[in-house]
Design a binder for this molecule. Structure first.
Ligand code: GDP
Ligand code: MG
Length: 746
């Protein structure tokens, strides 16, 4: 037997007032009342009796027979039921409609879960001419029951015109009507004749033969549907016979034989050989082929549907009823199994929806195992309960359920994947930045390209393993190549952005280097003005070198050398992290422009009013107060102070126009800054130009010529400087003059 399914239907009935309910169903349940109304509480009762989870592991028996032939009494003895029994004194009909009760004597070799239906007496004595109920109850019993017990008195045997024959005729006709439509699978039923008040004078065997003869006569007399004219009664029914002694007169014997009879209500075999070993009187009653194959959890719905068709005199089409039942139950089971699926999955869906509302996304830990477990469980649960129903309907409903489940899981999957995508990109970007920062901190030159490559590899692995982790076994989708390549593409984009940042950092570092180099070396050149010994010539040989004349040549050389050096550094480093030739070209172009700005600022600082005036004064004093060997002059009477003064002053004054314009001595023209900077590279972007100051003569549309760019001191400033310098020089001269006068007076 199939084991009991895990699914419990209407399980709340079992807990709420179970004891009270049990009392209410002490006598079983009246499935159909005297007004032919179906009892809505049948499933409550079946649940109470724990039949619902039994699957196919249950049995249905109906009892037929005339009024007051001791049917209910027999059932109560046989199955420990408490069907109402007519009291000996009143002799009034007690059983009305159809009652059902579960066997209370199971566990003593009897089959499990035997349900017995006690059908209202069928001789119509108290219902008058109401043959209608007889027919309807027969239909109902046949559509549901495996075994029909026909209860008759011994003295009724052979009375072919008796009430029992009327009943059996109805049963046979109804049977043909019921099962002809489904001729492929004709379920057999067992007609179990229980002969009451058996005196013992006529052996059971003889009674049996008489009954069989009557039955085949009856069978041949009924009108059969087309195509079934030659069908035999044995095609549809098996027969069994038992005789019981008089219950009132031989109570002990009656009870003992009922006890024997009860042993036959056990599971039978399909294998006839096994059955053949037994005495006919001991054969088991329940053969698998009798079973109507209505799963226990669908029985109440099925029975109600059947009864509804019967009551409304509709053609009872069992296959259609079974399909309808299957649809109904499969839907119900779907809803039921979805409950525990929802318990697991809905909170995750809510979490993602909540995230989406806040414009964020987060990776749900353990999503993969949760989804897989939930999917496997719901499909397994559904299969366990629903696969007992009509195969076609079950298959269709299973696909439906799978579709529903997979749609939801796929949404979870994709949102998780996009969260993994986002967080993967973020992690990647952060990891690269952190590695760069720690590289900078250590002061070591870190390998940017290597950092990016290894972090990118990790990021890809993480994404792939996350996708693998949330793969749903058996589902119709998986991570597409597209999702992966989208991720890869974004990693590349972020890498490019990070590399650009790194280029900027590199540029800043190189610029800083250029600035400090120029600060030092250009400053040095300007300081030489102060000594009046500027220039590369050797002052120690007495001859004054061309000094300041080639100041700008030296500055230009220093500048281009320094920047050239910086360019090499920049290029080497940028190439080390796979910067594109275009990126390098733009970077170098920017570096040259910015370096020019640095130099220009340095020069401006050097020629600031106070600085340059001081240097001119030093230059003048050096020429005026020191002789050609650098020895300070002591003014004596008769020295040509005025002559020396004029010579030194004019020489220094000559520096002002020289300083005013950045020109190379060879060409007397400005340095070729425009050519040196070069025109903007093709790939330069507006962002690259954003922070660049315009350069006269280089940026033509600036309206400033190279000549102007190279003007260090404007005419007004130069004139002003000249006036100030002259005043300073005059002061020095007066002081010198005064010193000779004072030396004379000593
Ligand atoms: P039902 O209408 O067929 O269910 O019959 P009941 O079980 O209510 O019994 C009807 C009457 O028959 C009751 O008074 C019983 O005591 C009596 N009765 C029960 N069993 C037997 C039996 O084996 N033989 C006879 N003669 N009477 C019986
Ligand atoms: Mg009865």
């Amino acid at each position: 037997h199939p084991s009991a399914p895990s699914l419990m239907m209407n399980s709340h009935f079992a807990s709420v007032g179970e004891e009270a309910s049990k009392e209410a169903y002490e006598h079983g349940i009246q499935v159909i009342d005297e007004d032919k109304a179906f009892n809505d509480n049948l499933s409550t009762y079946l649940n109470l009796e724990k039949i619902i989870p039994a699957g196919f592991n249950y049995h249905l028996i109906s009892v037929f027979g005339s009024q007051s032939t001791g049917k209910s009494t027999l059932l109560n003895y046989l199955f420990g039921t408490q069907f109402g029994v007519m009291s000996e004194q009143e002799r009034r009909q007690t059983t009305k409609g159809i009652w059902m009760s579960k066997n209370k004597r199971d566990g003593r070799g009897m089959a499990e879960n035997i349900l017995v239906m006690d059908v209202e007496g069928t001789d119509g004595r108290e219902r008058g001419e109401d043959q209608d109920f007889e027919r309807k109850s027969a239909l109902f019993a046949l559509a549901t029951s495996e075994v029909l017990i026909v209860n008759i008195w011994e003295h009724q045997v052979g009375l072919y015109q008796g009430a029992n024959m009327g009943l059996l005729k109805t049963v046979f006709e109804v049977n043909l009507q019921l099962f002809v439509k489904d001729s492929k699978t004709i379920p057999r039923s067992l007609l179990f004749f229980v002969i009451r008040d058996h005196l013992g004078t006529t052996p059971l065997h003889n009674l049996q033969n008489t009954l069989l003869q009557d039955l085949s006569r009856l069978w041949s007399s009924i009108s059969k549907p087309a195509g079934l004219e030659n069908s035999r009664i044995e095609d549809y029914f098996d027969f069994a016979f038992v005789a019981l002694p008089h219950k009132i007169l031989q109570p002990e014997k009656f009870e003992a034989e009922v006890e024997d009879l009860s042993k036959r209500f056990r599971e039978g075999y399909k294998d006839p050989k096994k059955a053949g070993l037994l005495d006919e009187a001991e054969l088991p009653v329940f053969l698998p082929e009798y079973h109507r194959r209505i799963p226990a959890d669908g029985f109440a719905v099925y029975a109600e549907g059947i009864w509804d068709q019967i009551v409304h005199n509709k053609d009872l089409d069992l296959p259609t009823q079974q399909e309808l039942l299957a649809q109904f139950r499969c839907d119900e089971i779907s809803r039921e199994v979805l409950i525990s699926f929802d318990e697991k999955i809905t909170p995750l869906e809510d979490k993602q929806a909540e995230d989406a509302r806040h414009g964020k996304s987060s990776v749900i830990p353990d999503l993969g195992p949760i989804m897989n477990a939930a999917r496997a469980k719901i499909l397994k649960d559904f299969e366990t309960s629903a696969s007992r129903y009509h195969k076609g309907v079950y298959a269709r409903k299973k696909v439906e359920l799978e579709g529903k489940v997979d749609t939801r899981l796929k949404a979870l999957f994709q949102k998780q994947l996009s969260a993994a995508h986002k967080s993967g990109i973020e992690t990647f970007s952060n990891a690269v930045s952190a590695a760069v920062k720690s590289g900078q901190k250590k002061g070591a030159s870190y390998d940017f390209a290597h950092i990016v490559e290894s972090e990118k590899k990790k990021a890809l692995e993480r994404f792939e393993s996350e996708a693998q982790f949330i793969h749903v076994e058996g589902a119709s989708w998986s991570t597409s190549q597209q999702e992966l390549s989208l991720y890869q593409k974004e990693l590349d984009e972020v890498s490019a952005r990070l590399r650009k940042d790194e280029m900027r950092r590199l540029a800043t570092r190189v610029e800083r280097w250029v600035r400090s180099r120029l600060d030092e070396s250009v400053g040095l050149e300007f300081n030489k003005i102060g000594t009046g010994r500027g220039g590369s010539g050797a002052p120690e040989h007495g001859e004054r070198p061309p000094s300041e004349k080639d100041l700008w040549d030296r500055v230009w050389t220093i500048f281009t050398d320094t920047v050239g050096n910086a360019e090499n550094r920049f290029t080497d480093r940028a190439q080390s992290f796979d910067a594109s030739p275009d990126e390098v070209e733009v970077g170098l172009w920017r570096l040259r422009r910015k370096s020019w700005g640095v130099l220009r600022a340095k020069i401006d600082e050097e020629v600031m009013e106070g600085n340059i005036l001081l240097k001119l004064r030093e230059n003048f004093e050096d020429k005026f107060r020191y002789d050609g060997d650098g020895v300070p002059r002591i003014w004596k009477q008769g020295d040509d102070i005025e002559g020396l003064y004029t010579k030194a002053r004019e020489s220094t004054i000559a520096l002002i126009p020289l300083l005013s314009r950045f020109r190379l001595s060879k060409t007397s023209a400005p340095p070729p800054l425009d050519a040196w900077v070069g025109s903007p590279p093709q790939s330069v972007s507006p962002a690259d130009e954003e922070d660049l100051a315009p350069i006269g003569g280089v940026d033509e549309d600036e309206g400033k010529s190279l000549e102007e760019e190279m003007t260090i001191l404007g005419d007004a400033k130069a004139a002003d400087l000249l006036v100030r310098f002259k005043k300073t020089a005059d002061g020095v001269y007066v002081e010198a003059k005064r010193s000779t006068v004072s030396s004379m007076t000593q």
